[in-house]
Ligand binder design. Sequence first.
Ligand code: ADP
Length: 420
Amino acid sequence: MNSIQKNLKSLYFVSSVFLLLILVLVFLILHKYAYNYEKSKVIQATTIELQKNVTQFSIDFFETNQQKDSITEDHFKEQFRVMASKIDQNISKPLGVENAIIVIKNLNNNKIEFSNGSNEITDKYSAPISCAFISPVSGKLTHYICYYDIPNFKYLILGHLQLAMSFTITLIILLIVVFVFIIRRWISGVKESKLKDDFFQNITHELKTPIATTSIATDIFKKFNYELPSEKIKTYINIIVDENRKMKQIVDDLLTISVVENGKSKMINGEVNIHDLLNKTLKNFQFVVEERGGKLISELNATQSVVVGDSSYINMIFTNLIDNAIKYSKDAPIINITTSSNQYGISIGVKDNGIGIPSDALNKIFHKTYRIKNNHDVKGFGLGLYFVKQLVDVHHGEINVKSTLNNGTEFIVFLPFGKK
Ligand code: ADP
């Protein structure tokens, strides 16, 4: 990983953590405000309702007791119980509260007149309401306080906020996803342009060497007026052929880049006879392979060899695979090209006896610019197989690889026949 990639990764990490912290903070603040707002709303509603009930009760209480000659303690208690059950009915039910605690206390003598729960009054009670009504016993104004408590008040409020909270959490998750997506796109854009810069720098450098070498070789011919021992002529011609092949590869890579970048839009579909195409391509490689003392063996056994596709794209697939088979063979390359077909399509195998690919690299070799650096000193850009994969993909095909280190590699391309 180079320093730019490292910097981008840490920038990505820091900004993600930062955003996450900000979002969590915003969520907590919003949640606190929403909680307090909802709490005061419930208390206010409860208070109003309680006040209404108590006032009504006070009137009823007074009117009922006016007609009574003597009021017993039990009768008195019964009236408070009726009031409590009315409060429960009018407040607890609409709020969805179960087991609300209602306590009525006489403030004149500090006596608890009614309680449906504990007789202890704590300041945690959520809706204490003070109210006054005339005592039926003394006929004087007596102050009572009515306490109303919702057990698990916090959970009740949280329950009310559930919908808003789920909405906020979804929004936050959505924001994070969008952020990650944008940052990833941005980072991959930066990486891409860095790759392009590196690529063109390398290409310029790589082109300079063969141009210089071939011009030295041709200068020597001129210098000696084309009269050189046949051994030397052979050596210089080999150098020129070799360097020319390198330049061709670079130009091919450049062409393929534009093809792959333009994708399917530039594809010219037609009927392509794979066997004819292979025979032509193999002829072009015959010379190079024989020069290295190797062999190109073809066993084209497919019974159906016509597919629908772009012949120049398919040609690039074969050229890249055969070129690699030659490049990555240390000794005389023995390259087997085979075909077979089934009802769906044709399989083309390109097998060499070269250096092989370590098993842990097999799933990476199709990645853009990936190269195995420690088992060969062949120069390249790591683009060939990436292009091959892209070109196979635009034909809805498949590519697989089998390899044994130091023994050889086989690439198998499957191309569906397609619609004719
Ligand atoms: P390049 O040849 O420019 O490095 P490729 O994408 O064609 O780019 O190949 C990626 C890597 O896969 C090469 O660096 C090489 O290590 C490995 N490779 C590809 N083809 C073969 C092969 N036939 N035998 C051994 N290794 C191969």
